[in-house]
Ligand binder design. Structure first.
Ligand SMILES: Nc1ncnc2c1ncn2[C@@H]1O[C@H](COP(=O)(O)OP(=O)(O)OP(=O)(O)O)[C@@H](O)[C@H]1O
Ligand SMILES: [Mg+2]
Length: 459
């Protein structure tokens, strides 16, 4: 993905790594000597972790969070049930980090598919910090702390971590539950995948919104995620979404305060303009990013696409010219849907997205309101959308998918039976996806028939 990352308001390419946030990890059960020594340092650094951003003293109305006596590292110490892995164990699990098992790469480093032998045989994703990158220990630590505390069906599960020292320097790894269906980004923008049916798109949006709502309101302290984008929405075997990547997450402001003042970080195209301008971070910054992704879901266009005509490169500028109240909304809808979406539902989602993209954070809805809005939009099921006539819409001729994107989750090619099994599994997943779409269509048809029958019934 060619998106840019924001660093202190400056843009750098995604491969540039994000700035670390903290200095040392909190203790975990059965920690190694190194982890234990880092853990004791963690106690000292807890305070700096919690308050490494200056918290605003302003009292203007805004999104003050519930006061919290305990910070994330403190909660982590209390709840932390993460497993500590040895490097050797993860080497075995990933066949020595075989490039053939690599399932992706982000700003943090490469992600490998692996299998943990004990107990049972558990598929995992192992993320290995790139030692040459600028994203580093502090983001690794933030991920351990936050994911060690949160627990929600729409947040990826961190199973454990590895912190060890080798001849080649410190090694930092994260071990997650394996998510077999890649990311929302892949399914929206990579044409190697079948079209995501409308109903599945809404379910993904709703699940992701519930994940954010939990972070904003479901814990004794508020968490601002700060990196909401389609590539951070992982999909499980049933296409249920889970948010990943907590390296940029922050504790929200404490009681009486409206925002956290912090260095500007996030991904270009998704970060709220008020946050970029002022460095004032609130939950409404996440709401803005959510609005951007809602429009990506409607249009299957990325927030920024440089290879489009000039007036269509910025998604938000383009969609603004096709407001939901007008009959032009159909023109921005993903042409691959071929009209298989409810016009009223789509308009409702677009209106919701516009609310999320309000200039002033205080005018944006809360994630609770967003969840309610999405539930309302889901009630419209009549697939009466605008059908794109061949050639009428400017079809995006994106670059072909990279080899590893064409075979999501494919294990080593040297292992022919594993490859065949993976291909079979992929085929099953794709059929399942198609079935989800058919089910959505069938449901809509049934509703339409009922409505027609009701309309025809004598009064
Ligand atoms: N738990 C997981 N299960 C399966 N695949 C995963 C998992 N976590 C990450 N991946 C894969 O690895 C890829 C890279 O993920 P990563 O979060 O490192 O980068 P990214 O989200 O693409 O970019 P960024 O660094 O900007 O967040 C993802 O796109 C996904 O395909
Ligand atoms: Mg990511």
């Amino acid at each position: 993905m060619g998106c840019l990352r924001l660093f202190n308001g400056r843009f750098k390419t995604k491969r540039s790594k994000r700035r670390p946030l903290a200095t040392a990890p909190a203790p975990a059960p059965a920690a190694s000597a190194e982890a234990r020594s880092m853990a004791s340092a963690a106690a000292a650094s807890c305070a700096s972790f919690a308050s490494s951003a200056n918290v605003s003293e302003t009292s203007a109305s805004g999104s003050g969070s519930a006061s919290s006596a305990r910070s994330i590292p403190e909660l982590y110490e209390e709840r932390g049930a993460l497993r500590e892995f040895g490097l050797r164990e993860l080497r075995v699990a990933t066949r020595d980090f075989s490039p053939l098992l690599m399932v992706g790469e982000g700003g943090f480093g490469c992600v490998y598919r692996g299998v943990l032998r004990l107990p049972g045989s558990t598929p995992v994703a192992v993320k290995r910090l790139n030692l040459n990158g600028r994203q580093g220990h502090k983001e690794w630590l933030a991920e351990v702390h936050f994911l060690g505390v949160v627990e929600h069906r729409n947040l990826v599960k961190l199973i454990g971590y590895c912190a060890s020292q080798t001849d080649r320097g410190p090694q930092r790894l994260l071990v997650y539950e394996f998510m077999p269906n890649k990311t929302l980004d892949d399914h929206l923008f990579n044409r190697a995948y079948p079209v995501l049916p409308w109903e599945v798109r809404l379910q993904i949006a709703l699940g992701a919104a519930e994940g954010l709502l939990y972070l904003h309101e479901g814990l004794e302290l508020q968490i601002i995620y700060r990196d909401f984008k389609a590539s951070n929405v992982l999909l499980d075997e049933e296409f249920r979404p889970k948010l990943s990547d907590f390296g940029l997450a922050r504790e929200g402001p404490s009681e009486g305060q409206t925002h956290v003042s912090t260095a500007v970080m996030g991904t270009f195209g998704y970060a709220a303009p008020d946050y970029v301008r002022t460095g004032h971070l609130t939950t409404k910054s996440d709401v803005w990013s959510f609005g951007v992704v809602l429009y990506e879901i409607l249009t299957a266009r990325r927030s920024i696409e440089r290879n489009r005509p000039k007036n269509e490169q910025k998604l938000l500028d383009w969609v603004r010219r096709h407001p939901p109240e007008s009959d032009q909304l159909g023109q921005i809808m993903d042409p691959r849907l071929q009209g298989r979406y409810p016009t009223r539902g789509a308009a409702e989602v677009a209106r919701l997205a516009n609310g999320c993209l309000a200039k002033l954070g205080s005018n944006r809805p809360t994630m609770r309101e967003v969840v309610e809005g999405l539930r309302r939009a889901m009630r419209h099921t009549e697939m009466d959308g605008f059908v794109v006539v061949a050639g009428a819409a400017t079809e995006y001729q994106g670059s072909p998918p990279r080899a590893e994107e064409e075979a999501p989750g494919t294990p080593g090619a040297e292992d022919a039976s594993a490859v065949a099994m993976a291909a079979e599994a992929r085929k099953r997943r794709m059929l399942h996806l198609a079935a989800l779409g058919n089910a959505a269509d069938a449901h809509a048809r049934r509703r339409l028939m009922l409505m027609t029958a009701a309309a025809a019934a004598p009064t």
